[in-house]
Design a protein around this ligand. Structure first.
Ligand code: FAD
Length: 597
């Protein structure tokens, strides 16, 4: 195991030296997707290395609360993979890749059982099976959970497996670039900065799995952790990979409103799953208007838009929110099923949720779009480059169902590990070009050489503010253009970023890297949002308020062409007729009529 000991060496800010480490499969990220990929790759006898930006075991996945979706049928025996498949596609507003959804729904139960076999301690039914709770827009009670700390247990369990196997890892290290062999176009390595010391490491490898999570931090109000600056998207795009559905950003209906320091922090959907009721300032249970059948457990895009409308139309609280009320469940029940929520409100807001209502408003939560991959293997269009987890695209379409991400990261983390290992076993080592390496080192050290340069902290804040203001829940051409202009200005300023101080633990240097990545992500999001001239799922356009299946049943692919970022549309892959019948079930058609888009 590589557990990097703190080095005493101080690096001159402009020192261009580097260490070299070789492996077969390099896994970037140690969330659920990265760790599950590493276990698979290691067990197949391949020389595997994990590199992650935070400490091992601290990835964003630990924050997941409500549960992991899999059609075990422990509580509702009628449930099965076909209904889970159908719910996923229907709520994704038909933009999901059917093959990805099929693999996902079929394999999710196996991955949950495997997690239990690895040692995860799930909540139980009275007869000892894994407990399952209801969640928004799932037809049955389908979310397996550990109170409201499911992600913590998932990461603890996978981390145990990684440590038990002695899988090598380098944590607190950031990948800045993917190298390709100029002769073959295949992946040949990556460059890392070790945050603790500031040293550079050239990682030579045959395959890379990007498992870097989402890009929620490009917005000012988000539930996401500090790591979610969309690095994987930028790394892949710069290496020539295609992105898809970048306009699809999920706004979770219930984020905290105050105090300012925790604005956007998530209030898990499990609160509504356990019976929480949403009301406006007039005391009306407003979801009766927007989705009379499913009420608070409607899809996230529907609930978020409903809350947004209530606030916009003057029925919000003085703090610009609505109320979420779980008091009727009683103190003991709340403390046992939602312990984190209880402490979160008590400690941060001084609100006892067993006695008082919560104030909530939408927060940026998840990126449905991402790197375009092959369903079975998670392979990108670059030889040797794979992507899994939130950074990849294709499963969730225009709206992700709660709980579907945790099963996604396990199903496709495993598949990426399998495919990358097989590829690495059958391929020869590739060359990292000396020119490419020198160019990248010079790019990342530039902020130390700049004088009177821009402050990366300021640019990061300006990016997040512009995205929140111009690329929010409800969008229109004028605002999107303003957003693009603002990001364009920031892009110009970012050419001259300045980092001060030594290289070890240098936040302004790390933020310089984040700014460059965030700008690329934002450009892809805004350009894709401009391209989609309709409203579908999480993408609502006030100037194109209707869903337009005749013209927009397409995925929007973002790629580089002659140095420019361009968007192209490709039809959503046609599913076999027997699956069409599944998504047109009578009960689905019946409730859909009453839901306000
Ligand atoms: C508060 C909250 C609650 C949630 N609850 C649920 C839930 O109940 N159920 C559900 O299904 N989903 C939930 N989600 C969503 C889910 O947690 C995430 O989508 C999922 O955990 C993403 O996992 P991942 O493995 O793809 O990436 P992450 O867990 O985000 O891990 C990314 C990894 O990549 C590393 N990394 C990033 N950039 C770099 C770089 N440049 N170099 C090196 N390493 C890098 C990071 O350090 C990290 O190790 C929730 C999300 C939030 C924010």
């Amino acid at each position: 195991m590589w557990a990097a000991a703190p080095s005493q060496k101080q690096f001159d800010p402009t020192d261009e030296s580097y260490d070299t480490i070789s492996c077969d499969v390099l896994i970037v990220g140690a969330g659920g997707a990265g760790m599950r990929a590493a276990i698979e790759s290691f067990d197949l006898g391949v020389n595997t290395l994990i590199v992650c930006k935070s400490l091992l075991g601290k990835a964003h996945t630990v924050m997941a609360e409500g549960g992991i979706a899999a059609s075990l049928g422990n509580v509702d025996p009628q449930d099965n993979w076909k209904i889970h498949f159908s719910d996923t596609i229907v709520e994704g507003q038909q933009l999901s890749n059917w093959r990805i959804a099929e693999i996902f729904a079929k394999e999710a139960p196996e991955r949950v059982i495997e997690l239990e076999y690895y040692g995860a301690l799930f909540d139980r039914t009275e007869d000892g099976k894994i407990m399952q709770r209801p969640f928004g827009a799932h037809s049955y009670r389908r979310l397996c959970y550990i109170g409201d700390r499911t992600g913590l247990e998932l990461i603890r369990t996978l981390q145990d497996q990684v440590l038990k196997r002695n899988i090598p890892y380098i944590d607190e290290s950031e990948i800045t670039c993917i190298f390709k062999d100029r002769r073959t176009g295949a992946v040949s390595g990556a460059l890392a900065i070790k945050i603790r010391t500031g040293e550079l490491i050239l990682l030579k490898c045959k395959a890379i799995i990007l498992a870097t999570g989402g890009c929620g931090k490009v917005y000012a109000v988000t539930s996401n952790s500090w790591e979610s600056t969309g690095d994987g998207i930028a790394l892949a795009y710069r290496a020539g990979a295609e992105l898809m559905d970048m306009e699809m950003i999920q706004f979770h209906p219930t984020g905290m409103i105050y105090p300012a320091g925790v604005r956007g922090m998530l209030i898990t959907e499990a609160v509504r799953g356990e019976g929480g009721i949403l009301t406006n300032s007039k005391g009306e249970r407003f979801m009766e208007k927007y989705d009379p059948k499913r009420l608070e457990l409607s899809a996230r895009d529907v609930v978020s838009r409903s809350i947004y409308t209530e606030i916009q139309e003057g029925r919000g609280t003085p703090n610009g929110a609505v109320y979420l009320d779980i008091r009727h469940r009683g103190s003991n029940y709340i403390k046992s099923k939602l312990p984190s929520m209880y402490f979160q409100f008590l400690e941060f807001a001084g609100v006892d949720i067993t006695k008082e209502k919560m104030e909530v408003a939408p927060t940026v939560h998840y990126q449905m779009g991402g790197i375009r991959v092959v369903p079975e293997t998670c392979e990108t269009n670059i030889k040797g480059l794979y992507a899994a987890g939130e950074v990849a695209c294709g499963l969730h379409g225009a709206n992700r169902l709660g709980g579907n991400s945790l099963s996604d990261i396990l199903v496709f983390g495993r598949r990426a590990g399998l495919a990358a290992s097989e590829y690495a076993k059958s391929s020869s080592s590739q060359e990292v070009g000396t020119e490419d390496l020198a160019k990248e080192i010079s790019r990342i050290l530039a902020p130390f050489k700049n004088v009177n340069g821009s402050n990366p902290f300021d640019l990061k804040d300006r990016i997040a503010a512009a995205m929140w203001k111009y690329v929010g829940i409800v969008r229109n051409e004028t605002d999107l253009r303003k957003g693009l202009d603002e990001i364009g200005l920031i892009k110009l300023e970012s050419k001259n970023l300045q980092a001060k101080g030594p290289r070890a633990f240098n936040q302004s240097w790390a933020d310089s890297m984040a700014v460059w990545n965030m700008i690329l992500d934002c450009e892809a999001i805004i350009r894709s949002a401009l391209a989609r001239k309709e409203s579908r799922g999480a993408h609502t356009r006030s100037d194109y308020p209707r869903k337009d299946d005749a013209n927009w049943l397409v995925n929007i692919v973002t790629k580089e062409k002659e140095g420019q970022m361009v968007q192209e549309t490709v039809p959503v892959p046609q599913m076999p007729p027997e699956y069409e019948a599944l998504i047109n079930r009578e009960e689905i058609l019946a409730w859909k009529k009453n839901v306000k888009q």
